[in-house]
Design a binder for this molecule. Structure first.
Ligand code: UDP
Length: 314
C-alpha cells in the first residue's frame, strides 16, 4: 500500500511512518519542516520518501494524492502558542491547506484520515467529552480559539465532501497525545516536566495546577488511527482518541518527580506570565472513548507511569 503522511516529520506523523514502514508499506512524507524535523525521520533514512513542501501547494498535493492509496493528514500549524504568535500563517495553513488536501482526496476518491483535536470542544464544561457534544469557544477576536475554529471548519469540510462527493474520510480527534520525540517547545506539559525533572530543575505549573487532562501514549494513538484507516465501516464518522485516567497538572508534576526519582521542586507561574495575552486555559479535558472502543475494539494500553518512563527514556 502507498501511504502519504502530511506532517509526517512531526511527532505523531513520524510514529505513524514507523508503523507503516514496519508493515512493509511504501511511505511518502510531506512536511514543511516548520515544527517537524529531519531528526524525527533520521532512523527511517532510505525507508521513506520525504518531500519538503507546503500543503497549500495544489499541484504538489494533487500529484502526491494521485499516487497514494491512503492519506493521513496530520499537517497543521499546531499548539496554541504557535497560533498566538503567527495567527495569519496558522489560519492559512489550517484552513486553506486542509481545503487543498481534502479537495484533492475527493477528486481521486482517496481514503483519508484527518487529524483533528480535542480543542474542537473548546471550554465545554461537560465531561467526559463525546463526539456529538457542543463546541464552546470564546469570541473570534480571542485568537487562541482560531485553532479550534480552523479545525472545526476542516471537519465540516470533510463531512460535506463525504456526503456530497463520497469522500472516504474519517475524522480522529486526538486528546493530549504524548511519547518519545514530542518536544516541549510548544507548551506540551509532559515533555517539559520530564526534561526538567531529569535535570533536577523546577517543574513550572501554569495557574494553580487544579486543571486536569488525560494523557494517551502515541503508540496507542497510532494503533487507533491505523485500525480506523483499515476499517471501511468508520468512513464518514468522527472518533475521539484519548487515554484513561484524569489527572490534575499538580498531580502530574508530583508523579513525574516520583517516577524519575528527581530532586526537582514544583513552582507556580500565573497564566499572565506563562502565555501571550489573550490565552485562556482549558480547566478540564476528559475524552469519552466509548465510541471507538465499541466500533473498532480499541482501548489505550499504556498508563501514565509507562508514558512518563518512555518519555524519560528510563
Ligand atoms: N502546563 C503547565 N506547565 C508547563 C506546560 C503546560 O502547567 O510547563 C499546563 C497548561 O497550562 C495546561 C496543561 O499543562 O493546563 C496541559 O498543557 P499542554 O500544552 O500540554 O496541552 P493542552 O493545554 O493543549 O491540553
Amino acid at each position: 500500500m502507498r501511504v502519504l503522511i502530511t506532517g509526517g516529520a512531526g511527532f505523531i506523523g513520524s510514529h505513524l511512518a514507523d508503523h507503516y514502514v514496519a508493515k512493509g508499506d511504501q511511505v511518502t512524507i510531506l512536511d514543511n519542516f516548520s515544527t517537524g524535523s529531519q531528526e524525527n525521520l533520521a532512523h527511517l533514512a532510505g525507508k521513506v520518501t520525504t518531500v519538503d513542501g507546503d500543503i497549500r501547494n495544489v499541484d504538489l498535493i494533487e500529484k502526491l494524492t494521485k499516487d497514494a492509496d491512503l492519506i493521513l493528514h496530520m499537517a497543521a500549524a499546531l499548539g496554541v502558542n504557535t497560533i498566538l504568535e503567527s495567527p495569519l500563517e496558522s489560519m492559512s495553513t489550517n484552513i486553506t491547506g486542509s481545503e487543498v488536501v481534502l479537495h484533492a482526496a475527493a477528486k481521486y476518491k482517496s481514503r483519508i484520515i484527518i487529524a483533528s483535536t480535542s480543542e474542537i470542544y473548546g471550554k465545554n464544561p461537560k465531561q467526559p467529552l463525546s463526539e456529538g457534544d457542543d463546541r464552546v469557544v470564546g469570541a473570534p477576536q480571542k485568537i487562541r480559539w482560531t485553532y479550534s475554529d480552523a479545525k472545526a471548519i476542516e471537519e465540516a469540510m470533510a463531512t460535506a465532501l463525504h456526503s456530497q462527493k463520497n469522500l472516504p474520510v474519517t475524522i480522529v480527534r486526538l486528546f493530549n497525545t504524548v511519547g518519545p520525540r514530542q518536544t516541549g517547545r510548544y507548551g506540551m506539559v509532559v515533555p517539559r516536566f520530564v526534561q526538567a525533572a531529569l535535570k533536577n530543575e523546577a517543574l513550572t505549573i501554569y495557574g494553580d495546577g487544579t486543571q486536569s487532562r488525560v494523557f494517551c501514549h502515541v503508540d496507542d494513538a497510532v494503533k487507533a488511527i491505523a485500525t480506523i484507516a483499515g476499517t471501511d465501516a468508520t468512513i464518514g464518522e468522527v472518533f475521539n482518541v484519548g487515554g484513561n485516567g484524569e489527572i490534575t497538572i499538580k498531580e502530574l508534576a508530583e508523579k513525574v518527580i516520583a517516577v524519575t526519582k528527581s530532586q526537582s521542586v514544583i513552582t507556580y507561574t500565573p497564566y499572565s506570565d506563562a502565555y501571550p495575552a489573550g490565552f485562556e486555559d482549558i480547566q478540564r479535558r476528559v475524552p469519552d472513548i466509548t465510541k471507538i472502543s465499541k466500533r473498532i475494539g480499541w482501548a489505550p494500553t499504556q498508563d501514565l507511569e509507562a508514558i512518563i518512563k518512555d518519555v524519560a527514556g528510563i
